[in-house]
Design a protein around this ligand. Sequence first.
Ligand code: SAM
Ligand code: ZN
Length: 285
Amino acid sequence: MQPLLIEPNIPYVCPVCSEPLVSQQSGRTYSCLNLHSFDRAKEGYLNLFPVQFKHSKEPGDNKQMMVARRLFLEHGFYEPMAQAVAMMIDINHSPDKNIQLLDLGCGEGYYSRKIAHFCKQSEHINLHGIDIAKFAIAAAAKKQVNAKFVVASANRLPYLDEYFDFVVRLFAPSDDAELNRILKTSGYLLTVTPGPRHLWQLKEYIYDEVKEHASESLVPKGFEQLTTQRISYKIVPESEQRMALLQMTPFAWQANENVQKTINDLESLEIETDFILTLFVKAMT
Ligand SMILES: C[S@@+](CC[C@H](N)C(=O)[O-])C[C@H]1O[C@@H](n2cnc3c(N)ncnc32)[C@H](O)[C@@H]1O
Ligand SMILES: [Zn+2]
């Protein structure tokens, strides 16, 4: 057996027994004192989601949704929102201080890349991303080699207590107790959720009656809300981008073949985007 290397700043705990993980000398394998062991994939990510916790063969978004999301996002339709996310991080980040930031439910990593690109102090941000979908994490890791991507569940985050200064969560699920555990006291949680009229015109083709989303996000237990910002603007995606947008949303399942064809064949469709950014702080206990 190779000697263990006690690297400083290893953020991970074993997903099976919750003991800290240490790295083997090659840095390719991580293991705990109970000898549960996890290999780094060739793309550079770590899979800390053991099969015994899987409720399905391919949990999270499937490959088709991931590819559609990347195609749509890379056209820049949500870039103004990504810029606002970066600005909120910048405003709440002390200059020259190194921070640990987690993109929770990061998907194929679009926003992790945008945070690195737009944040003024990005050299001081150690970026981590987790998602339960292995395809998405592999794609994220390939594109951003200096960020640390992990396959894991939001309900059982494989990180040390109070490791993170900042968590961002865009359109993804989370668990309040786990968020509390991994954030430092006074650490920040930034969420992005759909605003009341998000993708209204697309939904009009799918639902008989379109309902507005709530205009406020729920305050997670153990957090206090600091600020909220609503960003809305119109986009006019072309047919292929429109179909990708449809594929990456949960309401894609509701659109039968006829509806999909109608949306595909439209000459043009102006669609409202509507995002609610909410900044929370972990409350003192
Ligand atoms: C709507 S997508 C958002 C992805 C990315 N944040 C974005 O906005 O482009 C939701 C993501 O949450 C992931 N997800 C779903 N359940 C999860 C869980 N229990 N733990 C971690 N990730 C999960 C999905 O695989 C998917 O990538
Ligand atoms: Zn273990």
